[in-house]
Design a protein around this ligand. Structure first.
Ligand SMILES: [Zn+2]
Length: 484
């Protein structure tokens, strides 16, 4: 018994000792993958397939970009020549990075682009697509410590930086980085994880590289691939971009929260959000309020809720609706869920709405993350009438008739003979323009629904891009029926 007690005491005392004995996997990895390249360059020719979300017809649709090129790297130096081929043309871009400067010439340009400090700070992450050398060096310099979830096969190191958490997975058997993850904050989606899988290792001289890298972005919704076609080491970088005199990298000042309130009728108010370029609508009924459109993020959602409370004090916000799923209209939805507001959504958007509401926002916490509430959702099929018994508005699903998205809603106010919509009308105020499919789509939808309309009011933009946003219906009619 006494022996057991002594053994127990020893085992309690010894962790510090055994901790000291833990091999320093990060140093081992740095010695193997970074140190040999203090003065020697390696050059890799690659082909790459990238995907990204865009202002698509349906949620989660992706755009594919295929490029080929070469990167030349050593510790603290990166140069890239990237080629993008379209059916008719070929464009190249050049990037050059060291710990002090990022220089970039965009596809088809001959002069340097303006670079923000944010881009500069993020460049090592960009480079991780081709090699983890900059990331390993960053972990090493920051004396990152072993992460508690390290396994038998992998030593995992963690590094927190700005609003992100990075993890480096070093394979214990050969000290090579096989995986790198970064959890970042996205204005719209909240916490998003990217995982870089380094696979199929090869070596030449002292250089160990992954022949293929698979990058899962946006919590696994997007997958990019980089394949290395050939590799060589060299003693000079070859071409170099030169830094012009007086070159500076700087972030733009954050946009001032510039907005104004515009009463439209006894029941309708608009918030003209100059800094996001959107018009938000507040509809006041006898004993409740409906709000439509909330641009970009939760912060804007909170702001417009505050304004609605000033405009209609004491009246609860009962409904929130958005004309389609693009970020300028749905971005602030979480603030409304947090206030127990019922969300009105076309049926097809239900999974997307749930994703926005449920995905964690732990890195940049909003009200719904701090104080979670259940989503109250009412699905709109063809139309819905909101009324207090005397005043009413109608929400119509026009979907793909909009020629813009598959989920489009428009709002009709019979008393005002007004339609409010998001971004369908493109009448130029400065020069003659032809009606687009969107202009025709809205016009046809209004005609099909047999709505008696005098005026169409559009949410985007509010700053002047020579686009008309208060449109007499007669003018829209003339516009879409003009002879070519
Ligand atoms: Zn849109």
């Amino acid at each position: 018994m006494r022996l057991l007690l002594i053994a127990l005491i020893i085992s309690f005392v010894s962790p510090a000792k055994s901790k000291n004995k833990t091999p320093d996997y990060l140093s081992g990895c740095w010695e193997k993958q970074v140190k040999p390249f203090k003065n020697i360059y390696f050059e890799m020719n690659y082909s790459e397939c990238k995907h990204s979300f865009y202002h698509s017809f349906e949620p989660w649709q992706q755009m594919t970009t295929k490029t080929t090129g070469a990167v030349i790297m050593k510790k603290n130096y990166f140069y890239q020549d990237d080629s993008l081929k379209t059916a008719k043309h070929s464009y190249t871009s050049q990037t050059q990075y060291d710990p002090k400067t990022l220089l970039y010439i965009d596809y088809g340009d001959s002069v340097l682009s303006k670079i923000s400090l944010h881009d500069f700070k993020e460049q090592p992450i960009e480079i991780a697509r081709y090699s983890p050398i900059f990331i390993i060096d960053m972990f090493y310099k920051n004396k990152s410590v072993l992460y508690k979830a390290s396994t038998d096969s992998f030593a995992v190191y963690e590094l927190k930086r700005n609003l992100s958490i990075m993890k480096l997975f070093i394979r214990k058997s050969d000290s090579l980085v096989t995986k790198f993850t970064i959890l970042e904050d996205d204005d719209l989606y909240g916490d998003v994880l990217s995982t870089y899988h380094y696979m199929d290792f090869k070596s030449i001289d002292k250089f160990h590289y992954a022949k293929s890298t698979i990058i899962e972005k946006m919590n696994g919704k997007i997958t990019d691939t980089v394949n290395i076609r050939s590799v060589k080491t060299r003693d000079n970088p070859g071409t170099n971009l030169s830094e012009p005199k007086g070159y500076v990298m700087e972030d733009e000042a954050p946009a001032k929260q510039d907005y104004s309130i515009e009463p439209y009728s006894d029941h309708i108010h608009f918030i003209k959000m100059k800094y996001t370029d959107d018009k938000v609508m507040i509809v006041e009924f006898k004993d409740f309020v409906l709000m439509a459109e909330a641009p970009l993020n939760s912060k804007n959602g909170e702001l417009i809720i505050q304004e609605a409370r000033k405009i209609a004090p004491g009246k609860p916000i009962k409904y929130f609706t958005f004309c389609h799923f693009h970020p300028h209209y749905i971005g602030g939805i979480r603030a409304f869920v947090h206030k127990n507001v019922t969300i009105l959504s076309p049926i097809s958007d239900t999974p997307y709405v749930r994703y926005l509401v449920l995905n964690p926002h732990t890195l940049n916490r909003d009200s719904l993350q701090i104080d979670p509430r259940a989503l109250k959702l009412t699905k709109i099929k063809d139309s819905m009438t909101i009324t207090d018994g005397s005043y009413e508005m109608k929400i119509y699903f026009i979907g793909k008739k909009s020629k813009h998205t598959n989920d489009y809603l428009i709002y009709y106010f019979p008393k005002e003979k007004m339609v409010f919509e998001g971004d369908l009308v493109w009448i130029n105020t400065k020069r003659a323009s032809k009606a687009s499919p969107r202009d025709k789509g809205l016009y046809d939808a209004i005609k099909d629904l047999k709505l008696d309309v005098d005026t169409v009011i559009q949410s985007w933009p509010v700053n002047n891009y020579n686009v008309k946003t208060v449109i007499p219906f007669s003018e829209l009619e003339q516009y879409v029926n003009q002879k070519p």
